[in-house]
Structure formats: C-alpha cells, structure tokens
Design a protein around this ligand. Structure first.
Ligand code: NAD
Length: 501
C-alpha cells in the first residue's frame, strides 16, 4: 500500500477492513470467482486529492466481457436465480442490505478515498440510501403481479398477463456515485429475477469490488452478479452491444448515452438512460430564503457539484435578487473544503485533474461571457483537485455556463420579473432531469410543477430522493425511471396468456 494512504488511514482511524482492502491485489468478479483480466492487463486507481496509488485493478478485455455475459446468461437460463422462490430472493437481497449496513464505515472509507467524497455525506446519503434501496427492492420480489383480462373474442377464454424477468442486464454506472448508482442499477433487476453484468466507471471501481466480497458472503449464486472493470469505450461498449444481453441500463453523460442507445438498438434491446442535467431552481419573491440556501448547499455544492440533478441555474425574482445572492454566497464561502476522509470536510476535491480543469475552464468562460463573479472562481492553494464553490450572478440564458452541464460547484444566477418569464427561462435547455420552485403560494407552486419540463420537480427543496419515488429525466436527460415500482417494469416482460376453455 502507498505509504501516504497508509498514513491517512491511520490518521483518520479507518477500519481494519479498509486497511486490509487497500493492501490487496484486486480482481473482478465473474461467475462467482475473483479473476484477473484474461490478458493480465491492469489499470491504476488514484486517490483524487494526492494522486497516490490506491490500487491496481484488472483492465478487462472483450473476452472478459464474453465470459461475464456467458456466466450471467447461464445462470439466468438455468433458472438459478429467476426460478428461486420470491421469498428466497427477498431474503438474499435483505442479507446483502444487512452486510452493506454492517460494513457501512468501510465502504464509505473506500468510496471516500476512491471518489474524493466527503465521508460524512457519503455515509448518510450514498451508503444509507443503498441499504434502504436493497431492502425496498427486496420487498418487491414477492409483489410482482400480472392481471386477469376480460376478453370479448368469440368463444370462451381465460386471459391474463404474466410478468417474467427480462433476462441478462448490462448495467453501466458513472464515477460520481460509484456505489450508490451501482445499487440503483442492480437492486431492481435482482428483485425481478434477472442476472446482470455491471461495469463501474474506470476511475472508481473499488467499492464495487468490495461489494463483490459481500455477494460471496451472502451466497449469491454463481453468475447472478458479475462485476467487470475497464474502459467505457472498449469494455462498456462491448457489454452494451453484446448479443446475449437482453436489457441495457445506463447512467452517465448524454453524449455517451447516445452511443449506448444506438448499440442497444442494434440488438433491439430496451434501454434505460439516466443522463446529464442542468437543473433550474426558480425562486419567487415570497420564498423562504433559508430554504433556498439549504437547497443550493444540498445540490450544487454537495459532492463538489458532481451531481446530475444539482441545481446549477438559479432564477431569482428581481425584488429579492441581491438578497438571495448574498445569502447563498455567505454560506458557500464558509464551506469546509478538504481531504475527503476528514469528518469535518463538507466538500472534497473534483474527481480528477481532467474534471478540475473542465470546471476551471468553464469558470474562465463565465468571466469571458461577462457574468459577475460573486465568490470562488479559483482552485484553492492546497494540492489536490479542489475547486472553490463558485457563484456567477447577472447571467443570461445565452451563456454557455447557463446552458451546458459543468459538473462542478458552479452556480449561475439569473434574474426574472414574471412567473411566465421564469418558466420560459427554466425550460429553455436541452436537459430535463429535475427542477425546483421556491414559493409559499400553493397555486403558483402547482402551476410551476405542471409546466416545468423535468422528470422530478421539488417545491421548497431540491435533490430529495427516496427509494419509493421514481427518478429519471425527460428531453436529453434520458428516459426510463430508476427507483420506485416504475423501475421494476424495465426488467419485466409482459406475456399475454390465453386459455380456451
Ligand atoms: P460517462 O458517460 O463518461 O461514463 C459513464 C459510464 O459509461 C462509465 O462507466 C464509462 O466507463 C462508460 N462508458 C463510456 N463510454 C462508453 C461506451 N462507448 N459504451 C458503454 N459505456 C461507456 O459519464 P461520467 O463522466 O462517468 O459521469 C458523469 C455524467 O453522468 C454526468 O453527465 C452526469 O449528469 C451523469 N449522471 C446522471 C445521473 C442520472 O441519474 N441521470 C446520475 C449520475 C450521473
């Protein structure tokens, strides 16, 4: 283990499991076995504050994709999981939830080091949310139902629908919530009886490799969950285009989502796309400003702004415009930026040098476009890929910083005068993942809820997520829902059954 990482683990009192995990050679998980890439290739995983080496992991080849899909296919076709009693699947998912909960501190430490996530937020949101979702979907295993149909065809018939698992699922996740997004991708298909191959982002594979050990402990049958590590352009692409896959479930950027959708379509496979966003927050003159401050803190400045649904466009009624900017900036300026394992850290680094420079480039664009820099705008002096929480005021909808997904802690503030104007501005974007409205006027809130073009609309809050509420976008933010009962539908085939009596 890198000596710097060892020192940090000791300094922050990491668990024995975390120490052991970082001391190991990591392998992928295919057909219930821990395995290297078939050609022995490896890639390095770096810690984003210090660039210290965290681990080497296999760089899978397309041959490994074939192995993983074959294992998932075999397990599915043999009925190893799909023919289990729903109560057995429920028990196993609950067992996985218990194991994640028991290992929450370790998983959070691994995730925090790998993805630069502030540890307390990671525990409270990523890990606790994952435990809850596994339990929620476990509950659904016994509640999947078809329906009987009254038919009018000549003769005497009984007709009904049968819901059956769709088969082998290819699941691809991004780096901003490596563990949590992976659980979003696997809990629902497992509840329905599908088997799957999951590929984490190349730069953040570690928490899922730890999870593979928990699958082993829980007794997940061979081939039901396969986790492969490697590059998106090769391994990810081979996985989503694989002829033995039946369903593609993708979370990531919009440009990659378009490629993935085309590959899935070549096999006429259904695909769920959870893509990028540029979510508006609309603040009316009667808003509670404390709620607005809290909401910006919990969305665009949470997870270093690397949040798909983060409220990155703040439309504020002109009468309270300066007051809101000042309140939001006052809070942003005192955010504790620091090393992710430090429990007092509110905001860790960007995930990588590339991401940091993308965000800093956008900040430069904002300056050039003539927006007023209210706070932040720089990288702090410390080493590591940090970016200050940054607020630009006096923006307009023609600016790139208002139209494009930056995926960093950068907030663009825009004034408006009327409700109609606010809605037009908020909807004037290619994305439609989420939106929020801040007002005490119930009628206005409901009008906005109906007219905002977004998969989720929050009132007087932003970025609330629950296992029981569907999440997913419209427009170029994708289609299909994760979470809630709606997600299960994506992993079930509806078969119509006719019996002539
Ligand atoms: P990305 O699109 O670059 O990568 C996502 C995943 O796709 C990674 O695992 C990557 O290896 C893989 N990939 C890359 N090229 C591929 C290809 N040709 N075929 C198959 N897989 C491929 O996204 P990212 O940079 O990892 O994540 C950030 C993006 O994810 C942002 O746009 C963010 O808004 C989005 N996101 C959306 C949601 C949501 O629920 N809508 C949630 C989290 C993140």
């Amino acid at each position: 283990m890198d000596s710097l990482i060892q020192k940090l683990l000791c300094k922050y009192g990491a668990t024995g499991e975390t120490h052991r995990f970082f001391g190991q050679h990591h392998k992928m998980y295919i057909n219930g076995e821990f395995t290297d890439a078939s050609d022995g290739s490896m890639s390095e995983v770096l810690e984003p504050c210090t660039e210290a080496l965290l681990a080497r992991v296999p760089a899978a080849s397309t041959e490994d994709v074939d192995r993983a899909v074959a294992a998932a296919r075999y397990a599915f076709d043999q009925g190893e999981w799909s023919n289990w009693k729903p109560a057995q699947r429920e028990r196993l998912l609950n067992c996985l939830a218990d194991l994640v909960e028991e290992n929450a501190q370790t998983i959070a430490e691994i995730e925090s080091l790998d993805a630069g996530k502030a540890i307390e937020g990671c525990k409270a949101v990523d890990i606790a949310g994952s435990v809850d979702l596994l339990r929620y979907m476990a509950g659904w295993a016994r509640n999947i139902e078809g329906s009987t149909r009254q038919v009018s065809a000549p003769g005497e018939h009984f007709a009904c629908t049968l819901k059956q698992p769709i088969g082998v699922v290819a699941a691809i996740v991004p780096w901003n919530w490596p563990f949590n997004m992976a659980i979003w991708k696997l809990a629902a298909p497992l509840a329905t009886g599908c088997t799957l191959v999951l590929k984490p982002a190349q730069i953040t594979p570690l928490s899922m490799l730890f999870f593979a050990g928990l699958c082993e402990q829980a007794g997940v049958p061979k081939g039901v969950i396969n986790i492969i590590t490697g590059k998106g352009s090769s391994v990810g692409n081979a996985l989503v285009a694989h002829p033995n896959v039946n369903k593609v479930s993708f979370t990531g950027s919009t440009p990659v989502g378009k490629t993935v959708a085309k590959a899935a379509m070549d096999n006429i496979n259904p695909v769920t796309l959870e893509l990028g966003g540029k979510s508006p927050m609309v603040v009316f003159e009667d808003a509670d400003i404390d709620q607005v401050v809290e909401a910006t803190q919990q969305s665009i400045f949470f997870n270093t702004g690397q949040v798909c649904s983060g409220g990155s466009r703040l439309y504020v009624h002109r009468s309270i415009y300066e007051e809101v900017i000042e309140a939001v900036a006052d809070r942003a300026e005192v955010m504790k930026i620091g090393f992710s394992l430090d429990p007092s850290t509110e905001m860790g680094p960007a995930i990588s040098a590339d991401q940091q420079s993308t965000v800093l480039d956008y900040i430069e664009v904002g300056r050039e476009e003539g927006a007023r820099l209210v706070c932040g705008g720089h990288r702090p002096d410390d080493a590591g890929y940090f970016v200050q929480p940054t607020i630009f005021a006096d923006c307009n909808n023609n600016m790139r910083i208002v139209q494009e997904e930056i995926f960093g802690p950068v907030l663009a503030v825009i004034p408006f005068d009327t409700e109609e104007e606010a809605l037009e501005l908020a909807n004037d974007n290619i994305y439609g993942l989420a939106a929020s409205v801040f007002t005490r006027d119930f009628s206005r809130a409901m009008r906005c809820v109906q007219r905002l073009e977004a998969g989720t609309v929050w009132v007087n809050t932003h970025d609330m997520i629950d296992s029981n509420t569907p999440f997913g976008g419209v427009k170029q933010s994708g289609f299909g829902k994760d979470l809630g009962p709606e997600q299960l539908e994506h992993f079930l085939e509806t078969k119509s059954v006719w019996m002539t009596l």
